[in-house]
Design a protein around this ligand. Sequence first.
Ligand code: NI
Length: 256
Amino acid sequence: MVAIFDSHAHYNDERFDCDRDVLLNKMNKNGVCGIINVGVDIKTSFECIELTEKYPFIWAAVGIYPHNSIYTEDDYLESLKKMLEHKKVVAIGEIGLDYHYDESPRELQKKFFEEQLALATQYDIPVIIHSREAFSDTLSLLSKYRPKGVVHCFSGSQEIMNEVIKLNMYIGLGGSVTFKNAKHPLMVAKSVPLKNLLLETDCPYMAPVPFRGKRCDSSMISYTANKIAELKGMDINELLSITSENVYNLFSKIKN
Ligand code: NI
């Protein structure tokens, strides 16, 4: 099978504390050629950078997740700017809006999202977007700043997918396409143009069937890819090689 690139993972998560190095040392053998490890606040963004320094096949995204804006210091942009100078920091993320849980006030989420979108435009670096039950506000801010990037773990309808594609952005799909109750992800997987598709795990979360509910890792992308290839009526190796190529196109700081 062609090598897998996982465009969204969280290996700094405590669920990997017991065997992180053992697991990551096996990645290449398990067919994984690259991973973007994604931060959710300043502390985890630093942890992502540490992982990139330890593993040649890991790159980092740094940023403040919508719910974490509530405890983030006012001078966070200065910290992010310093991190962006690192050669293996390839994106700002994950950033966005989440109206499913109101752990941070929506106005504060929007403020952090806008500031980080502006930063991405200033540094000409892609963004990794988290958007949950907030597509209308997310799309209007993306239209305003027009960053390069991906809407990760995409949960929207086909209509919203079309809006994202019109902005020349990518759709990130993961384990949810294998879930029995997945209506939107299935339709999106079927209809998303290959040139706009990225594969991801969001591990340790979102393990695909038959591992649903268990701890996920990047090697499980093959189950997600298998399902998408089946829906699209195409060969899984072709799908994996196109989506890996998409990663290199979007995250241009990664050297192929
Ligand atoms: Ni994530």
